[in-house]
Design a protein around this ligand. Structure first.
Ligand SMILES: *[C@@H]1O[C@H](CO)[C@@H](O)[C@H](O)[C@H]1NC(C)=O
Ligand SMILES: *[C@@H]1O[C@H](CO)[C@@H](O)[C@H](O)[C@H]1NC(C)=O
Ligand SMILES: *[C@@H]1O[C@H](CO)[C@@H](O)[C@H](O)[C@H]1NC(C)=O
Ligand SMILES: *[C@@H]1O[C@H](CO)[C@@H](O)[C@H](O)[C@H]1NC(C)=O
Ligand SMILES: *[C@@H]1O[C@H](CO)[C@@H](O)[C@H](O)[C@H]1NC(C)=O
Ligand SMILES: *[C@@H]1O[C@H](CO)[C@@H](O)[C@H](O)[C@H]1NC(C)=O
Ligand SMILES: *[C@@H]1O[C@H](CO)[C@@H](O)[C@H](O)[C@H]1NC(C)=O
Ligand SMILES: *[C@@H]1O[C@H](CO)[C@@H](O)[C@H](O)[C@H]1NC(C)=O
Length: 309
């Protein structure tokens, strides 16, 4: 919902780092910011007062983005020795790459959802959002041809012709059984849902779940497959209603984290106590779930930095 422009960034990952001693020699676009370098800013410093102001993001080295800002060298083993970050596609008038994204190795494509509602989402209670895709082969070709021209290339994206069962898509994951999985937020009286989508034409879809014991969810946000059990964990939040282009009615359920057994289709609440549960991810062993709470982002009711963030 912070999108001012739609920009798609791609990260390249290569094997793991052997020598972590000199980060800038290993990765051109990485900057290590030692926590001790900003632990004491002093009485005359300009402290940040608004975490939502894009002019005052925390950037103690004043490095021009895009770059990897590294606070703990352990992050290097995730990045690998030759990571790079590039702007690869752009649209200044349409937030075309807001959420998901999902990489499909079979076609070497990345799928992502445009903003549902929002300032540049080009969608509202009367207009659905879209799912777009981009070819990584085209990105690699453009970057190779752009050698010496900086880190930015612009390749076109393709909008999928999806069935009407997908309304205001948001998060996604996969491939799962060779399909993509998207969470939809619903639109008006059309219910939020978990949907499998064929990543190839004709992009047919199968709805796995669209209610909690007969009640509609609020606006499903994100989903992951548990790495060992294969169960689907997903988050539900109030953003369809909070959105500046409100496209859902007032919430009728708490903002929970849920689990769906894809075989039996049994659904249950697995975590409560969140304000606005958003992204979800698992540790590789499946023993820890990480869930962001974007409580501070109040959309039409404004941001509040004393809420979770
Ligand atoms: C803060 O600024 C004041 C006024 O310019 C100055 O007297 C003082 O030494 C500065 N303090 C520090 C820690 O730099
Ligand atoms: C954002 O921060 C900049 C730099 O401090 C300031 O000029 C601007 O007024 C701030 N904008 C908002 C919306 O607070
Ligand atoms: C690192 O990336 C650069 C630029 O893409 C490439 O020329 C080089 O071969 C890569 N090195 C390794 C070790 O992959
Ligand atoms: C940006 O998106 C709008 C709306 O879909 C479209 O009309 C326009 O051609 C796009 N521009 C670029 C540069 O892709
Ligand atoms: C830089 O990009 C331009 C336009 O895409 C292209 O014509 C030119 O060959 C590129 N230069 C290099 C050094 O790759
Ligand atoms: C799409 O249709 C094919 C052919 O009927 C079917 O095998 C596949 O399961 C469908 N995929 C989804 C996600 O519905
Ligand atoms: C996933 O694939 C397995 C093996 O083909 C099948 O048993 C299962 O029903 C599929 N699950 C879903 C949710 O489609
Ligand atoms: C911000 O959130 C806190 C905690 O929920 C609440 O007490 C406060 O009234 C809120 N402030 C505004 C301006 O809404």
């Amino acid at each position: 919902m912070l999108d001012k422009v739609g920009v798609l960034l791609a990260l390249a990952f290569v094997a793991s780092a052997e020598d972590l001693s000199s980060i800038s020699e290993i990765i051109d676009q990485a900057v290590f910011v030692s926590p001790s370098s900003f632990a004491v800013l002093g009485p005359n410093a300009t402290f940040r007062t608004n975490a939502f102001n894009t002019s005052t993001f925390f950037n103690p080295t004043s490095t021009s983005p895009p770059f990897f800002q590294i606070f703990d060298p352990a992050f290097l083993s995730i990045l690998g020795p030759n990571a790079s970050v590039h702007e690869v596609s752009r649209n200044d008038t349409f937030a075309f790459a807001h959420e998901a994204p999902v990489y499909n190795p079979a076609t070497d494509e990345i799928f992502f959802c445009s903003n549902g509602g929002g300032t540049l989402g080009l969608s509202d209670i009367d207009h659905n959002n879209v799912v777009n895709k981009i070819s990584l082969k085209e990105v690699e070709k453009a970057l190779a041809e752009n050698n010496g021209n900086g880190s930015v290339v612009h390749v076109p994206y393709t909008t999928l012709d999806l069935p009407d069962s997908l309304q205001m898509t948001n998060g996604g994951t996969g491939p799962y059984n060779s399909s993509l999985i998207f969470t939809t937020q619903g639109r008006g009286s059309l219910p939020p849902s978990l949907v499998l989508v064929n990543p190839a034409e004709p992009y047919n879809a199968t709805v796995l779940l669209d209610n909690f014991f007969g009640r509609q969810f609020n606006s499903l946000n994100d989903v992951k497959v548990h790495p060992t059990s294969g169960k689907l964990y997903f988050t539900d939040v109030r953003y369809g209603w909070l959105n500046p282009n409100t496209f859902r009615g007032e919430p009728l359920l708490p903002s929970h984290v849920y689990m769906l057994d894809p075989e039996t289709r049994a659904v249950r609440v697995v975590a409560d106590g969140f304000d606005k549960p958003n992204g979800i991810a698992f540790s590789p062993d499946g023993k820890t779930a990480y869930i962001t709470d974007t409580g501070a982002l109040g959309a039409q009711f404004g941001n509040n930095q004393t809420e979770p963030a």
